[in-house]
Design a protein around this ligand. Structure first.
Ligand code: AMP
Ligand code: SF4
Length: 443
């Protein structure tokens, strides 16, 4: 998500910012812009560069905008209508809205609204929130938004745009990242700080858990809506999701990944001739692992530049194909060698199995798979696509069983304590530990 207020090039800057956030979702993208009088939007299924052209940017005139790239969970909210921002028009003005995360009580709120006569065009939580806002009888938008947010449970970050204001909200547990920045006199808000860098904006601060920020021509104001806010930033942001050049809660993502690799080396040193990482997200951890053990770091795997992130392909068979299309082993590097292969995480085991086989087929003598995070054993309810424990290999098999299944010579994971030591407190680590920072829906 990205939002900007108070800049004559709002749509163009949103385009560049979304481009830098493309790794967070590739299934659809949209921008809504306002000139203070009208609002207009454009959206579509695909990548930012597929949906927006120079001409479409020129048509989206205005001084404020919000934009979104979409990541769907299990493909269940796929389809053009679910591409955000959603734009609602009424006689009292327009409202555009986008979000990231997952509302635990989204289905329940939707059912209640339907019973009261609402009809929905999308399966998105963002539409539920729009209905809650519009149904509020309170006079000011700020109060309407506050009354809607008070009903939400789960992980969310929202951006709302009207002709008069840009509003940002983060859930009281602070699960999703959201930062505030400045570009000259303009305000910018983004899921990751890399979006600020690309447009030359300056990071100001992280949005606080439970915070509501309202930006208008009168300036910026902020309120904390929660009595007991606490930060539980998703640890997988550091491990996999965020871009290495982003800083989350003041920590650079590349540096954090490298330290996770170093910690893994201290916990699980293996005898190897070369260390290699799985491009791109585990390269930092592989460098850290190699540095700590003073083993040469080599490029044992190369990735096609033209294939998106595998996991995001919605169906298992497409995911499998994606992995095949994506990676190749470098025979000259691994042939006859004992390879320490570092990956950042282990979910279904698809990547681990495939790359171990690739390296062995390319002549590696031994392949030791090292994962720079603990095994994922529990589902995520906060908007990351690991919903069912059935799919999580480490939830159902011992390390010895998994080692055999993937065909590696050994398999090692970073410990939970090791991860905490590197990343510090204030994290959600529920998919590793089973300790969820919120109460959970009844399953
Ligand atoms: P798997 O192949 O199912 O074990 O998934 C692990 C691989 O997917 C790792 O190489 C990660 O880089 C990547 N990954 C981990 N978590 C996610 C996620 N939530 N979404 C997309 N990719 C992920
Ligand atoms: Fe992130 Fe895991 Fe927590 Fe989900 S359960 S928010 S993936 S750390």
């Amino acid at each position: 998500m990205f939002g900007i207020w108070g800049h004559p090039q709002a749509s163009r800057l949103t385009y560049y910012a979304l481009h830098s956030l493309q790794h967070r979702g590739q299934e659809g993208t949209g921008i809504v812009v306002t000139d203070g009088q009208n609002m207009q939007g454009r959206k579509g299924e695909g990548l930012v560069t597929d949906i927006f052209t120079v001409q479409s940017m020129a048509e989206l005139k205005g001084t404020a905008a919000i934009g979104h790239v979409r990541y769907t969970i299990g493909g269940c909210d796929a389809g053009y209508e679910n591409v955000q921002p959603l734009l609602f028009r009424s006689s009292t003005g327009s409202l555009a809205l986008c979000h990231s995360g997952n509302l635990l009580n989204g289905p329940e709120l939707r059912r209640q609204l339907e019973e009261q006569g609402s009809i929905f065009q999308t399966s998105s939580d963002a539409e539920v929130v729009a209905h809650l806002i519009r149904r509020s009888r309170l006079p000011a938008l700020k109060e309407q938004v506050k009354s809607a947010l008070a009903l939400l449970q789960g992980a969310y970050a929202f951006l709302l745009l009207t002709e008069q204001e840009l509003i940002a909200a983060l859930d009281p547990q602070g699960l999703r990242p959201l930062s505030l920045g400045r570009l000259g006199e303009a305000w910018v808000i983004a899921a990751e700080s890399c979006a600020f860098d690309i447009i030359g904006a300056r990071f100001a601060r992280d949005v606080q858990p439970g915070e509501l920020i309202i930006i208008s021509n009168q300036g910026i104001c902020s309120e904390n809506l929660s009595n007991a806010p606490s930060r539980n930033l998703c640890a997988m942001e550091y491990v996999y999701f965020a871009r290495p050049d982003s800083n989350l809660a003041g920590i650079n993502v590349h540096t954090a990944r490298k330290e996770l690799g170093r910690q893994l080396a201290r916990e699980c040193p293996v005898e190897a001739d070369v260390v290699t990482g799985v491009p791109d997200s585990s390269l930092s951890a592989a460098i850290g692992y190699a540095e700590e053990l003073r083993i040469p770091y080599e490029m044992g795997l190369v990735k096609s530049r033209y294939v998106g992130r595998t996991f995001i392909e919605p169906s298992p068979s497409l995911r499998e194909q994606g992995v095949k299309l994506k990676l190749s082993a470098v025979r000259g590097v691994v042939e006859g060698k004992r390879v320490a292969l570092v990956d950042d995480s282990f979910v279904r085991g698809t990547t681990g199995r495939r790359i171990t086989r690739l390296l062995k087929e390319a002549g590696a003598k031994e392949v030791h798979l090292l994962i720079s995070s603990p095994p994922i054993k529990y589902p995520c309810f906060y908007g990351i696509d690991t919903l069912s424990s059935r799919e999580l290999l480490a939830a159902n098999h011992s390390i010895a069983e998994i080692t055999e299944l993937i065909g590696a010579d050994s398999l090692h994971f970073l410990s939970e304590e090791g991860m905490r030591r590197v990343l510090g407190g204030g994290l959600c680590m529920a998919c590793f530990t089973g300790n969820y920072p919120t109460s959970l829906p009844k399953l």
